[in-house]
Design a protein around this ligand. Structure first.
Ligand code: MG
Length: 270
């Protein structure tokens, strides 16, 4: 038995097919769908978001994946994208990882960034040594100023706004999602830089969203200002783009699989 569509349904279907066919080239254009203009709900002419492969294999970890539009800051045993005080990076590089060499100072990216999505994996030393803030301490400093704390917080007490994944000295994480020392842990962080007007007055603060081992620990948390110890530092105007910094806090914390997506520039040049 065959069924035939009523004429009105058939023409409606033809319209849908036609609109899909005519809309198809928009996918290929890959324009920025977030352009600051008003769009009518469900406007078929609205540009589609760029297509990103969410998971090409990582060099250092075949099980890992990196988005195709990310800049890989560390993949396979190479610190060429990093610097120690303007010189060649002085931290120790192993097979697919690198490690803080205490006393050599912080590591900074050679490139500068503003708004970003960052993926970083780290492991605290095992067996653990020290207690409180002296156990597996490092940190990710966005723009060299705004720290997401790295600390061995697995069965290790310290003040709430200083434990792993805290926005140091400001916001404790919503939960403690720490893994034991020696195990790889992940941070996935969305960092929005502060905005200043032409006179250097703060327009909007730094805003941070963090997942620790896949668990939400900060949801659009607003930072009070740059990171400080037992103090509140007010915002001071600074450039829109600055290096990402990893902290030498005197303990051999390890890192691997670091990639960053520039949320202000789109496709990386390399
Ligand atoms: Mg720290």
């Amino acid at each position: 038995m065959t069924t035939t569509l009523p004429r009105s349904a058939a023409s409606a279907l033809a319209l849908v097919v036609a609109s899909v066919l005519t809309a198809a080239p928009a996918w290929a254009q890959q324009q920025d769908a977030r352009a600051p203009r008003e769009w009518a709900p469900n406007d078929p002419t609205r540009p589609r978001p760029p297509i990103v492969d969410p998971g090409r294999p990582l060099d250092a970890d075949p099980a890992g994946r990196v988005p195709s539009d990310a800049i890989v800051l560390f993949g396979r045993g190479d610190l060429s994208r990093w610097t120690s005080n303007g010189e060649e990076a002085k931290w120790k590089v192993g097979d697919g990882w690198f490690e803080v060499v205490p006393g050599t100072g912080n590591l900074a990216t050679r490139d500068s960034f503003g708004d970003v999505q960052l993926h970083i994996e780290w492991a605290a030393p095992s067996p653990p040594q020290g207690t409180g803030q002296d156990r597996g301490n490092s940190g990710v400093f966005f723009m060299g100023r705004y720290e997401v704390q790295i600390l061995d917080s697995y069965m290790n007490e310290t003040y709430a706004d200083g434990q792993a994944a805290s926005l140091y000295g400001q916001h404790p994480p919503l939960v403690n999602a720490s893994r034991p020392p020696g195990e790889w842990q992940t941070y996935d962080i969305i960092f929005r830089r502060p905005r200043f007007d032409a006179d250097g007055k703060l327009i909007s603060p730094a805003i941070v969203t963090v997942f620790h081992n896949g668990v939400l620990v900060h949801d659009h948390a607003e930072m009070f200002g740059p990171t400080a110890h037992m103090a509140r530092r007010p915002y001071e105007p600074h450039p829109d783009r600055l290096p990402l910094v990893l902290q030498d806090h005197g303990q051999p914390v390890r890192f691997r699989n670091i990639w960053i997506r520039d949320l202000e520039r789109g496709e990386p040049s390399t």
